[in-house]
Write a protein that binds this ligand. Structure first.
Ligand SMILES: *Cc1c(COP(=O)(O)O)cnc(C)c1O
Length: 396
């Protein structure tokens, strides 16, 4: 199939929601993807922080293929050994007692919101959920409502009720909004879609303590920051806090669609039979993939990526010497480079692509760097060199 045909089919038949790059990707190997003409790109997008093991990882591919041959899907009406093995591993690794498995980040957050509401019903009645301005939690109606994007809110009104927002990283505003009507708070420790924007440690720790004191549920969306991305299995571990609920997706099964909502015993048992469900959620194929991802992460990949993440941060920091680089931020292998308005991040993106590196643009003119956790020092050095070269070209 030629490239024009491929693009025409999408233009004709796909609902026109995506602004796509011109590349047509065909296969991947290690930390690289290849386009249809055979050009190779080192991948600092990784399917948006999803392909943590890169491409065609031997143990992962073997585990997935074996599971395909054995059993891919049966109803949650039945038990499977692989689901049981995975939820045991996940709960042990995370320290949470209860899990619900679904298929995406939005669904995981939808589950968290429903679980919180169900919990309020058992504890004195209806309460509201607070979310942060600038957040991204998904595209279902409820998760869109807790996503701090007012343009999107207008497009899809009327929205579900029972939500209110607070200003990003503003503890005074948070205190004002944390009224007795609030039952839960949802936030990302680092706002990924907004351009890798971290909350301060001070905000997170204080907001958490305030919630604890008031009996307000603290929900951390780890969809992008989870699974070793920031140098720990979950990003909340950096702050010495223990959320009541966390959500995951993206990297959880290394590229096979999956999401999870984890909760403490007390909160996770607010649901009872029939309260929630999913046809595909936690099916045998997704669990086999997720189980292998978690096993490999625990077998040293988190530690390795934590070290490389620090190295990556140090190397990137020196880019602030260019006057059009306005901020370099992030944690572990989740980094953002914000550029001055006069230098569009999309120009950077295409110049890097021409040099064999994929990066993407998130939030306000920010390049987002979220490679596989299997990325190597050489590949990082290569990207740094390419970034330096692009900066020099732009300065010239
Ligand atoms: C990507 C993302 C989501 C939504 O996940 P989907 O799988 O696209 O539904 C939710 N929260 C965060 C923080 C994300 O990065």
């Amino acid at each position: 199939m030629d490239i024009t045909k491929i693009k025409n089919a999408e233009a004709t038949h796909y609902m026109p929601v995506f602004a796509r790059d011109s590349l047509v990707l065909e296969r991947g190997e290690g930390n690289c993807v290849y386009d249809i003409d055979g050009n190779k790109y080192v991948d600092f997008v990784a399917g948006i922080a999803t392909n943590v093991l890169g491409y065609n990882h031997p143990q992962y591919t073997e585990a997935v293929c074996n599971q395909v041959k054995k059993l891919m899907h049966v109803s949650n009406h039945y038990y499977t050994a692989i689901q049981s093995q995975y939820i045991t591993r996940l709960c042990q690794a995370s320290g949470f007692a209860r899990v619900f498995l679904c298929n995406s980040g939005a669904e995981a957050n939808e589950c968290a919101i429903k679980l919180a509401r169900r919990y309020f019903k058992n504890h004195g009645g209806d309460k509201t959920v607070l979310y942060a301005e600038g957040s991204f939690h998904g595209r279902t109606l409820a998760t869109l409502t807790v996503t701090g994007n007012t343009a999107q809110h207008e497009r899809y009104s009327p929205l579900p009720q029972g939500f209110d927002s607070f200003k990003y990283d503003d503890l005074d505003d948070f205190k004002r909004k944390l009224t007795n009507n609030v039952g839960a708070v949802i936030l990302e420790t680092i706002q990924g879609e907004r351009g890798v924007r971290p909350f301060s440690k001070d905000f997170l720790v204080n907001a958490y303590e305030l919630c604890k004191a008031k009996g307000v549920l603290f929900i951390v969306d780890e969809v992008q920051t989870g699974m070793g991305r920031t140098g720990k299995l979950f990003s909340f571990e950096h702050f010495g806090i223990k959320p009541d609920i966390i959500t995951m997706a993206k990297a959880i099964a290394g590229g096979i669609p999956m999401g999870a909502c984890l909760a403490t015993e007390e909160v996770g048992t607010a649901f009872s039979r029939g309260d929630h469900g999913s046809t595909f959620g936690g099916n045998a194929l997704a669990c086999a993939a997720a189980d292998k991802v978690l096993e490999i992460l625990q077998d040293g990949l988190i530690d390795q990526s934590a070290k490389l993440g620090e190295y990556f941060g140090e190397k990137l920091a020196h880019l602030s010497k260019y006057d059009f680089v306005t901020d370099v931020r992030g944690l572990g292998l989740m980094r953002g480079i914000e550029l001055a308005d006069k230098v569009p991040a999309s120009t950077f993106e295409s110049k890097l692509r021409d040099k064999g590196y994929l990066v993407n643009v998130a939030g306000n003119n920010t390049l987002r760097l979220i490679p596989p956790l299997t990325i190597t020092k050489q590949e990082i050095d290569g990207l740094i060199k390419a970034l330096d070269d692009v900066c020099d070209e732009i300065r010239a």
